[in-house]
Design a protein around this ligand. Structure first.
Ligand SMILES: Nc1ncnc2c1ncn2[C@@H]1O[C@H](COP(=O)(O)OP(=O)(O)O)[C@@H](O)[C@H]1O
Ligand SMILES: [Mg+2]
Length: 341
């Protein structure tokens, strides 16, 4: 049985167009022209208990909108979601809210003027968490972060990374089974982001919390999520194991050849085109300082053939450098956004 079942969930926002300037503003008071923005096109997916799902997509893809609908903060335009086989999430039943947690990287739930412990106590009272349970959860969270002393400092004195640790602790004190995270590592430096990732990994693996995380950093996804849902312009372009995306990475080599002149770069391109089975290679040529850079991507099996073809057709003295690398996760996601898997 799915922990969360999302069925044809969609959202269009209605905004109003306004002509520029004061007259535009006045005109808009009388005659408003509505424009619908289809932020999320109907999407369906199931979430099983214990999963760690990454919702990934470029800015404006619709990730936050999906999380807001799943936590009942905004109403969907169509479809809906059922959680724990009983709650209609858009109705925000209290029993559902008590079983979930939500963290938005850009929004603070802690009172900045108070030490975090005061906000924790408030949450304890709101959710009615018994003292012993509260204390053991708090010890557990702070232990994972090694951050026992932070809870007594006013939140505004904490670094961004420390504040996020406190936000995460806060959102877990009532023992949620399902955690929604919107860009939890946004703006964090490398070390702070890694700390957050380790924490999330631990709560998923040892506490069994199901996590749905949005991020536009491939790194977060790579380290944490076994399943990824890629969204572009409100449309789901991929939903499946990260390992499939990984295969694409390991199945391709990015080749960069630096040539001494425009002429030899052209020879590289025609040498490639003349080779059998290279029609899909599509090299690009761009100037880099005074030299020309030819870039293409091939499967490992075709790599030797491509290099042989080039080095027999182009004068070796014209080839300044050859660099071969594996594709980056970001690049592969970019291709999937554009063309699908
Ligand atoms: N309250 C709103 N009113 C109108 N348009 C909105 C609103 N919130 C988001 N949008 C639009 O919906 C689209 C998706 O936004 P969002 O869900 O925030 O994307 P993401 O989180 O992936 O960056 C964007 O085009 C955004 O401009
Ligand atoms: Mg967002």
């Amino acid at each position: 049985m799915a922990l969360l079942r999302v069925t044809d969930l969609s959202k269009s926002y209605v905004t109003y167009r306004k002509d520029p300037g004061l007259t535009g503003a006045i005109k808009a008071l009388v005659h408003r022209i509505p424009i619908a923005v289809d932020a999320v096109k109907p999407v369906s997916f199931d979430v099983a208990r214990g999963e760690f799902i990454g919702l990934l997509g470029p800015n404006g893809a619709g990730k936050t909108t999906i999380l807001k609908m799943l936590t009942g903060l905004i109403a969907p335009s169509s479809g809906g979601a059922t959680a724990f086989a009983e709650y209609d999430v858009s109705k925000r039943p209290r029993a559902y809210l008590e079983r979930i947690g939500m963290i938005m990287g850009q929004r603070n739930q802690l009172n900045p003027d108070l030490p975090a412990i005061d906000s924790f106590r408030l949450a304890q009272a709101i959710y009615g968490v018994p003292d012993a349970e509260f204390q053991s959860r708090l010890d557990q969270m702070l232990g994972l972060f090694e951050a026992t002393e932070l809870i007594h400092k006013p939140v505004r004195k904490l670094s961004l990374g420390e504040r996020m640790q406190m936000e995460m602790t806060l959102s877990l004190l009532h023992g949620p089974e399902l955690l929604f995270l919107d860009e939890p590592t946004i703006g964090l430096d490398f070390v702070a982001a890694r700390r957050i990732r380790n924490f999330l990994k631990a709560i998923n693996e040892s506490l069994g919390v199901t996590v749905i995380l949005t991020s536009h950093y491939a790194k977060d996804i790579e380290e944490l999520c076994r399943r990824v849902i890629l969204i572009n312009k409100g449309v789901r372009v991929y939903d499946g194991p990260l390992s499939k995306v990984d295969e694409r990475i390991h199945g391709h080599r990015e080749v960069e050849i630096l040539c001494a002149s425009v002429g030899s770069a052209g020879q590289v391109v025609s040498a490639l085109a003349a080779l059998p089975g290279m029609t899909d290679v599509a090299p690009t040529v761009s100037p880099r300082d005074a030299i020309m850079r030819v870039q293409f991507s091939v499967t490992p099996r075709k790599l030797a053939g491509a290099l042989h073809g080039i080095t027999t057709q182009v004068a070796i003295s014209e080839i300044l450098d050859i660099k071969i690398s594996e594709a980056e996760l970001e690049t592969v996601f970019g291709e999937i956004y554009a063309r699908g898997v």
